[in-house]
Design a binder for this molecule. Structure first.
Ligand SMILES: [Zn+2]
Length: 445
């Protein structure tokens, strides 16, 4: 089992002041050429050491950057060789989509933290061409970057320049020097995650497409809770009690934070039962840009602090040695997961029920979405489509997210602390009805 140092990927937008996006584009095209060349030479039977030295000598990138791009390309081939017995496909010899430039800090790129909190960057787009400017992005990522600059346990590592959704972005990795996490390439269990306003669905699948187990953790809608805080604040505002108002705001923030911590802990505990897992989320950036999702996606994105929840899960998982990844969420909620069918239609989903319009396959909609997350990931990683015919029963765990005594609300939500509900069957016709039973012991704070 391979492992690597605990690494987090921080994503920033690039505000370019010197040079241009065209320079970065040239760099990415050269990165693609290097990738394709490495693949071609491997097919021609070249020794990998010779591939490296030859490609590096002839590239338009600084040597260090070329070496990293070749490593990435050969890594794809290595993963294929490790898994070809399981039917994994060989990487395509030529790709024509964009390929990221991969760079080492202080070689291909450099970041300069300023006293006022801004971070400037310099990227060597190709030999002798520099693109400079400022990073922009979410405050959490800036905080983690500052830690990496200032804490000697952390180090700023490689970065990739990518062009996504008409924007240039820099994905920077920060690495903990001693703590280790299992490699996602060795994962034996792939856990897909589908986050919703009222629940989080998880599907743990093996590489060959079987669903090992799945669960849906329900929680009282954070949005509802926030609405109650909002109403409470309004009442206080009318009475002109600003000190109390501040207290309520703090209470609300703590409440949401507490919910997210508990839910993320529950997720990581569940995932930890499997051998060599990797946790896969839907890429938030892609979700926001996607027009396929419409109102459901908007509701999901605005109903709870998505990014924070994902980061908490990733962070807790990493300290358990479990890696996380993201995948393009395309059609995860609309597509039929059956390999034979794959029918994609918004009408397949009716609230919490998925029913394929073509083959009539039925399932819990969120669990099915989690299965599709895993399918997208395997497809993206290895171009491999799983054979999937049936899914096991869904287990649903309902709980008050605030935990015993933790909830500041006095407006109901009288859920018992833990209810386990065995959901309906995934197969049409089997229709086992929901059976409620109390299993408070199954849910821990
Ligand atoms: Zn179908």
């Amino acid at each position: 089992m391979q492992s690597s140092k605990l690494t987090q990927s921080l994503s920033f937008g690039l505000d370019i002041h010197t040079g241009s996006g065209d320079d970065l584009q040239t760099g990415c095209i050269e990165a693609r050429r290097i990738r394709n060349e490495a693949n071609r030479l491997d097919r021609a039977g070249w020794d990998w050491g010779d591939i490296k030295s030859t490609v590096v000598d002839n590239a338009d990138h600084v040597n260090n950057t070329t070496q990293l791009i070749v490593d990435k390309a050969l890594g794809e081939i290595e993963t294929y060789h490790d898994n070809k017995d399981d039917g994994w496909g060989r990487p395509y010899p030529y790709i024509d989509e964009s390929y990221p430039m991969v760079m080492n800090h202080s070689e291909g790129y450099r970041l300069f933290p300023e006293d006022d909190g801004t971070v400037r960057f310099r990227i060597t787009a190709t030999r002798g061409t520099h693109v400079k400017g400022e990073l922009r992005g979410n405050p959490d990522h800036f905080d983690r970057l500052q830690i990496a600059f200032n804490d000697e346990e952390w180090r700023v590592g490689t970065a990739e320049v990518v062009h996504k959704h008409n924007e240039w972005r820099l994905h920077v990795t920060v690495t903990h020097e001693t703590h280790r996490v299992a490699s996602k390439n060795d994962a034996d269990t792939i856990v897909g995650v589908d986050v919703n306003e009222d629940c989080i669905a998880l599907a743990a699948m093996s590489r060959n497409g079987g669903v090992k187990q799945s669960v849906v953790f329900e929680y009282p809608s954070v949005k509802e809770q926030r609405h109650e805080f909002f109403t409470k604040r309004k009442r206080i505002q009318k009475a002109g009690q600003t000190a109390f108002e501040t207290a309520v705001k703090t209470e609300e923030r703590d409440y949401v934070h507490d919910c997210l911590h508990k839910v993320s802990r529950q997720v990581v505990d569940w995932v930890s039962q499997f051998t060599d897992p990797v946790i896969v989320f839907e890429d938030l950036k892609d979700m926001r840009e996607s027009i396929d999702y419409g109102t459901r996606m908007n509701r999901r994105l605005h109903s709870l602090p998505f990014a924070t929840l994902q980061e908490m899960v990733s962070y807790k998982a990493a300290w358990e040695g479990v890696s996380s990844d993201v995948v393009d969420p395309e059609y995860t909620s609309q597509r039929c997961p059956r390999t034979e069918c794959q029918h994609t239609d918004r009408a397949n989903r009716q609230k919490k029920r998925f029913k394929c319009k073509r083959c009539e396959f039925q399932d819990h909609a969120d669990r099915k979405a989690a299965v599709c997350v895993v399918q997208n990931w395997l497809d993206e990683q290895y171009g491999n489509v799983l054979s999937l015919e049936t899914l096991p029963h869904v287990r649903t765990v309902r709980r008050a997210a605030s935990g015993a005594g933790g909830g500041p609300d006095s407006h109901g939500h009288d859920l018992c602390s833990g209810v386990d509900r065995h959901g309906t069957s995934a197969q049409p016709g089997m229709g086992a009805r929901e059976e409620l039973k109390s299993v408070a012991s199954a849910v821990q704070d």
